[in-house]
Design a binder for this molecule. Structure first.
Ligand code: CTP
Length: 401
């Protein structure tokens, strides 16, 4: 799976850095193109000359080349890489990454990397077990960083315990497994509705809602990363898509979203209804700006919008998988299970507005999956990227049953 992959190897200043020449060599043998960025201290543990010889690329340490002023662009490194592997990752660098500190090229590259990031921590056992380190690792996990757990054994300190960097073979195997998993949606088409809908009142006003589209975009990114062809039918949001195998279809109203989703339903293997669709639209859109009346209240007549999920549920083919969302404030499980049944979904992802830091506009979410067969699976509060992974893992298990 690693053949042809661009791997950016970040080396921080720990004794395990001496293993990096072997690690880079293994990656090169697998067919990877490896570029190396080091912290200034890492140079004391493994020489840039060794790393440059193994990888056949100059080693980057500083923001610019002092000889000629040439700029080492962390942005282009981050865009070039298919994966950024930081090995060894010291407690110090992990702490900086968790807190967005960017005082060297390795760290600025982390902040601008759009690819998956892996860290292989290496440190003394007490440093590894310390609450601060574990807290930082939890933050990084929630940010979507893949942690390659250290091993137990003899440490440079002479002590014995957990903290030794995973062996190069194990690190390469972790990367390989990641890229293999990435392709488990290859050949599948996934249609996702996301964001709010806007229902026009007049040329300058609309009825809308607070949906940011973040959950739908996280799902689209996850599916695209795993090899699917993604059709993202999205209401008005400010988010951007950067992945090539996401085709974005921008819509505004529920009716437009309905028409786009129905048109795609014949080719979709998986349909994910993540949009916060307005249930009603105004009966008569004014073609001019409505003026304030001098006295009295104003009444807008609303008529129902089509229920996109229910319509797709009616059209569902054998082997097609449908996933819905429910945001509830009370009687959560009962309401969500009712929607799952009514709309002919295979499972529904429930979030409750009673959970803190979950739902609209947040970067995190806490969900429970309710399966049509009655299974209930609760998940912890996590980043929307990790929630997306849980949902797709669940969907694949059902699809492959
Ligand atoms: N949905 C849809 N089209 C609609 C309304 C909802 O596709 N017009 C989808 C949502 O994307 C979601 C699921 O149906 O996957 C449940 O949405 P929700 O708004 O909670 O459902 P409603 O049936 O509108 O129920 P409620 O009375 O709670 O608004």
């Amino acid at each position: 799976m690693l053949k042809g992959k661009n791997i950016l190897l970040g080396i921080t200043g720990g004794i395990a850095a001496y293993k990096c020449a072997g690690l880079a060599r293994l990656l090169v043998k697998q067919g990877c193109d490896v570029k190396v960025v080091m912290t200034p201290l890492a140079r004391q543990f493994v020489t840039p000359l060794s790393m440059a010889t193994v990888t056949r690329h100059p080693i980057l340490v500083d923001f610019f080349n002092p000889e000629n002023g040439e700029w080492n662009s962390h942005v282009s490194l981050g865009l070039w890489a298919d994966a950024y592997l930081i090995a060894p990752a010291t407690a110090n660098s992990l702490g900086k990454m968790a807190n967005g500190i960017a005082d060297n090229l390795l760290l600025t590259s982390y902040l601008s990397a759009r690819c998956p990031v892996f860290v292989a921590p290496a440190m003394d056992l007490d440093m590894y077990a310390h609450k601060a380190t574990q807290r930082n690792l939890d933050i990084l996990r929630a940010d979507g960083v893949n942690i390659i757990e250290p091993e137990s054994g003899f440490l440079a300190s002479g002590l014995e315990g957990k903290g030794r960097m995973a062996e190069p073979e194990a690190i390469v195997a972790a990367l390989d497994a990641y890229f293999a998993e990435q392709q488990d949606l290859a050949g599948k088409t996934v249609m996702i509705t996301a964001g709010p809908t806007y229902e026009k009142i007049d040329p300058v006003r609309f009825i809308g809602n607070y949906s940011s589209g973040k959950m739908g975009f996280a799902l689209a990114e996850e599916c695209a990363r795993r090899g699917a062809s993604v059709k993202l039918v999205v209401g008005p949001v400010s988010l951007k898509t950067s992945t090539p195998n996401i085709e974005r279809i921008d819509v505004e109203s529920a009716q437009e979203m309905h028409d786009a989703a129905v048109a795609l339903s014949d080719i979709a293997d998986i349909e994910i209804l993540c949009a916060a669709v307005a249930d009603y639209r105004v009966a008569q859109q004014a073609d001019h700006k409505i003026k304030r009346e001098k006295t009295g209240a104003m009444t807008l007549e609303l008529v129902p919008n089509p229920d996109i999920a229910a319509e797709l549920g009616r059209r569902k083919r054998d082997g097609q998988l449908m996933i819905g969302f429910a945001l509830e404030t009370n009687d959560e499980q009962q309401n969500a299970a009712g929607k799952c049944e009514r709309k002919n979904l295979d499972f529904i992802v429930l979030n409750s507005l009673r959970d803190q830091n979950a739902g609209f506009r947040y970067d995190t979410n806490k969900v429970t999956i309710l399966d049509r067969n009655g299974d209930v699976t609760p998940y912890d509060l996590k980043s929307k990227a990790l929630v997306a992974k849980d949902i797709i893992d669940y969907a694949l298990k059902k699809l492959n049953k």
